[in-house]
Every structure is written in structure tokens, then in C-alpha cells.
Ligand binder design. Structure first.
Ligand SMILES: [Fe+2]
Ligand SMILES: [Fe+2]
Length: 191
């Protein structure tokens, strides 16, 4: 995936924090959707791209054996979700300051990461694009494969659920369109 050197640098700094929960592949796929969304949705790539690369670095502070209790259809430790947002925002700030990223952008990236799952109402158009890129992962071939095996949900049931939430879940028209296209491919069992 071709990304600008500054974003590559951010990604390289994020990698050590993306070792658990399949977060490296999750981040790569979410990043791919963010780049695609930015082609037609408004948004500042200088905020969206670092935010999507860094959004899940906070899972690195959650013990691995507790990860599956923290997210998914029936989390028994949902407060850990908040932990990954707050800690992730701090780690992201440290990384961005270390590479002298523009401070005014760092502030918005920090706020986006702090509420990327729990805050349902977006704080900006950039936030909308980040949230939608993160969600689109579930519709990707690889993302669906991973979620089906870790949550042990029947494939057919999951497809029905994912299709039903598209219209009220996504925040941008392009993400809604992509989700519809992806679900059709998944239904046909296509890569
Ligand atoms: Fe997250
Ligand atoms: Fe995520």
C-alpha cells in the first residue's frame, strides 16, 4: 500500500503497539478504507490518516487474556473498551510529538481516538471518516473471517446482522455504498 513517508513513519511507530487482537491487519484494512473514502468524502488526510493508523494502539495495554471479554457481541468487561480509547490517545500523542507532527492536528487526532468507539456522535467530518473506515473492516473478507472465528457466530446470521445495520450505522454516503458492495461479495462468497 503506497502511503506518504510521514504516514509510513507513523505506521512504523504504531506497529509495536498493534501486536495483539489482529490489530496490525485490522489497521491495514481500515487504513485502506480511509484512503478510499478520502477520494470522495471531505476530510483532512493529515488528521484522518494518522488517526486511523493509531486508533487502536491502546489495546496494547489490555492484557491479552482479557481481550475477548472487552469487545464483540457480548462483552463482559466493556470498561476495557474505554481503557483502549484513553490509553490509545495518550500513546498516539506521544508518537506524534516524537516525530514533531503539527500540534494543531495532534489535538484533533487525540480527541478522535479518545472516543472512536464509545462516542456515537462524531466531533468532525474527519471523525466521521475515521469511524466509518474502522467499521468497514467488518465487511472486508479478511475482517469478516477473523470476526466469525473469534466470536463464533454463524456466518449467515452475521451477514444478516451486518446488512441490517448498514443504513443507520455508517455516517458517510460513500462508506454506506462500500458496505453494500462488500456485503454482496461476502454473500456470494467472493474475496
Ligand atoms: Fe478501537
Ligand atoms: Fe478499530
Amino acid at each position: 500500500m503506497a502511503i506518504k513517508p510521514i504516514y509510513r513513519k507513523i505506521f512504523d511507530n504504531a506497529k509495536p503497539f498493534l501486536r495483539t487482537r489482529k490489530n496490525l491487519i485490522h489497521t491495514q484494512i481500515a487504513l485502506r478504507y480511509a484512503l478510499k473514502l478520502l477520494k470522495s468524502e471531505k476530510g483532512d488526510e493529515g488528521i484522518v490518516i494518522p488517526a486511523i493508523i493509531l486508533h487502536d494502539v491502546g489495546w496494547s495495554v489490555v492484557p491479552e487474556h482479557l481481550l475477548l471479554t472487552a469487545f464483540g457481541p457480548n462483552p463482559t468487561n466493556p470498561e476495557l473498551g474505554k481503557v483502549h480509547e484513553l490509553e490509545g490517545a495518550k500513546i498516539a500523542r506521544t508518537i506524534l510529538e516524537k516525530i514533531h507532527y503539527p500540534p494543531e492536528k495532534v489535538n484533533e487526532i487525540f480527541r478522535i481516538i479518545q472516543g472512536h468507539d464509545s462516542r456515537k456522535k462524531p466531533i468532525s467530518q474527519n471523525d466521521r471518516v475515521v469511524k466509518d473506515s474502522d467499521k468497514l473492516w467488518r465487511y472486508s473478507r479478511k475482517g469478516m473471517e477473523i470476526d466469525l472465528s473469534r466470536f463464533r457466530i454463524p456466518r449467515q446470521e452475521y451477514l444478516v446482522f451486518l446488512e441490517a445495520i448498514i443504513d443507520h450505522w455508517f455516517l458517510t454516503p460513500m462508506a454506506t455504498k462500500i458496505a453494500r458492495e462488500e456485503i454482496l461479495l461476502r454473500k456470494r462468497g467472493k474475496p
